[in-house]
Ligand binder design. Structure first.
Ligand code: PEP
Length: 220
């Protein structure tokens, strides 16, 4: 059971307050060093596919490894939606990170419109087609309509999507989309839900701790 906290572009809590927690933390770049220093399992929120070069504003796997980062989040829907991330760039970032020895959480998921049009499976099939199984690759199913909206997939809906994803690619699958202390237990109890990617609730130490404690109680 893996719990990951995505701080997005928020400063986030004091990393020292999270010390000892069995979780992955994905802070903004400027806080990576503080999180590593506090002994947290620290992932960056993006990575470029080239090891170095004239790519202003990007960061590479070797640069992240140098500060003690152990993994990266790739293909978050906010990057797909606002920063022209495509399945092809997700694939390139994922491959480069894994080749460099970083762990990867790669995000997939459909928008509200795609679900309404009954296109969820097609979207997941397309997003997953560019990825290959790897021991250090974890997927996150994040229905876009549930991210930061307070809407959560029902445990049954999450289970159905996770089972479909696993039928296409053999990897653990986290659920993401408004996971909170009060809905975590039901979601994490689903047989194909292998953990959670938590956005908003990871910014609050008590909420995040409560989700981690819930996860620790679920038999693996
Ligand atoms: C996320 O940022 O990946 C996320 C799932 O956010 P939230 O938990 O706020 O919906």
């Amino acid at each position: 059971m893996l719990i990951a906290g995505n701080w997005k572009m928020f400063r986030g809590p004091d990393p020292a307050a999270l010390a000892g927690l069995d979780a992955v933390i994905c802070p903004p770049f400027t806080r990576l060093h503080d999180c590593v220093d506090a002994g947290l399992t620290t992932f960056a929120q993006n990575v470029h596919w080239e090891p170095e070069g004239a790519y202003t504003g990007e960061v590479s796997a070797p640069l992240l490894l140098e500060v003690g980062v152990v993994g990266v989040l790739v293909g978050h829907s906010e990057r797909r939606q606002y920063f022209c991330e495509t399945d092809e760039t997700v694939a390139r970032r994922t491959r480069a990170a894994l080749d460099a020895g970083l762990r990867v959480i790669a995000c997939v998921g459909e928008t509200h419109e795609q679900r309404e049009r009954d296109e969820t499976e097609d979207v997941l099939r397309r997003q997953l087609a560019v990825l290959e199984p790897h021991p250090d690759l974890v997927l996150a199913y994040e229905p876009v309509w549930a991210i930061g909206t307070g809407l959560t997939a029902t445990p049954e809906l999450a289970q159905e999507a996770h089972a479909f994803i696993k039928s296409l690619l053999d990897a653990p699958v986290l659920y993401g989309g408004s996971v909170k202390p009060d809905n975590a237990a039901a979601l994490l109890a689903q047989p194909d839900v292998d953990g959670a990617l938590v956005g908003g609730a990871s910014l609050d130490v008590d909420s995040f701790q409560a989700i981690c404690e819930t996860a620790a109680r679920i038999p693996s």
